[in-house]
Design a protein around this ligand. Structure first.
Ligand SMILES: NC(=O)c1ccc[n+]([C@@H]2O[C@H](COP(=O)([O-])OP(=O)(O)OC[C@H]3O[C@@H](n4cnc5c(N)ncnc54)[C@H](OP(=O)(O)O)[C@@H]3O)[C@@H](O)[C@H]2O)c1
Length: 291
């Protein structure tokens, strides 16, 4: 898996196409999608255009998508997977992730709620039931690897222990304000790729892009704060997902180079702790606008 990944959580469909095309042109070869983002078709269009133009071959790109919470029942997993493949216009996936460990009421409503607005969870399916259905997709050769997202170490351990096919990737929020050291350590020990989302702190301001430690390092090494944050993520041994929307930012975010050891140490000593996306506690996405 290329360490530097392009994330497609982009609410606007036209921007999804231009941003994905720009990412491909800038050199990104790892694309992270999700059924829940509602734009797999547009990501697929942009990737298909790149493939048709001969810019890249299918084997050169790494495409991931994710099973949404309302499809956790084992009998819903393969249909959801096939629908994603069809929207993306692909005949196999490199990676399929369970988007969150929370099962919602099964059905086509991605955000099922009761009259008071409370999420309707599905207590009749376990994460392990869903995992077994994911394993059978690998058995059938439909996807090359499977993994989990928005999961805590306590939730990951039992799945890891019981799994016949071990999770290849764990995708969670991570940046210098949320290093997730313990989860990252477990992943390293078990050979699981730790894939960080929001490496730029989701571009929020004030936030990481304006952090004085990051800004000072950027000025010293002649890079932008975004490039410093992305380099830190790669150098600590994680893969990452970033979402530049313009061609200029796609080039900037792809053009990273190693930071000196002292800079890595300074970033590792940042004390601020902040989780930006509460999805890990409820299964309700934090960065996706409500429908
Ligand atoms: N598993 C999950 O539940 C989950 C949750 C969230 C995200 N994800 C995945 O992770 C991906 C990345 O997350 P993210 O969007 O939070 O990533 P991010 O790269 O940390 O944040 C993107 C934001 O940063 C800004 N930005 C990008 N490049 C910049 C640069 N060079 N300088 C200044 N600002 C810059 C963008 O602004 P502009 O819009 O102005 O370009 C955008 O607002 C998502 O697309 C999705 O694939 C997964």
């Amino acid at each position: 898996m290329p360490a530097l990944g392009f994330g497609t959580l982009i609410p606007d469909k036209a921007v999804t196409i231009t941003a994905t095309t720009a990412a491909l042109e800038a050199g990104f070869r790892h694309f992270d999608c999700a059924e829940r983002y509602g734009n797999e078709r547009e990501v697929g269009n942009a990737l298909q255009a790149g493939l048709a133009a001969g810019a890249v071959a299918r084997k050169d790109i790494f495409v991931t998508t994710k099973l949404w919470n309302s499809n956790h029942r084992p009998d819903r997993v393969e249909p959801a997977f096939r629908a994603s493949l069809q929207r993306l216009g692909l005949d196999y996936l490199d990676l399929y992730l369970i988007h969150t460990p929370f099962a919602f009421q099964p059905g086509d409503n991605q955000d099922p709620r009761d009259q008071d607005g409370n999420v309707l969870y599905d207590h009749d399916v376990t994460l392990l039931d869903t995992w077994k259905a994911m394993e059978s997709l690998v058995d059938q050769g439909k996807c090359r690897a499977i993994g989990l997202s928005d999961i805590t170490l306590n939730e990951l351990k039992p799945v890891y222990e019981s799994a016949r096919i071990k999770p290849a990737v764990v995708q969670v929020e991570s940046h210098p304000y949320l290093p997730e050291t313990e989860l990252f350590g477990f992943c390293k020990e078990k050979g699981i790729v730790f894939l960080a989302f929001a490496p730029l702190g989701h571009g929020m301001k004030p936030g990481l892009l304006e952090d004085p430690v990051i800004s000072a390092i950027a000025a010293r090494v002649g890079k932008t704060p975004a490039q410093v944050l992305l380099a830190w993520a790669v150098q600590r041994g994680t893969a990452l997902l970033t979402t530049p929307k313009s061609a200029a930012r796609a080039k900037e975010n792809f053009d990273i180079s190693p930071l000196p050891q002292d800079a890595l140490g300074e970033i590792n000593r940042i004390q601020t702790r902040q989780r930006l996306n509460p999805v890990v506690t409820t299964g309700v996405p934090g960065f996706i606008p409500a429908k």
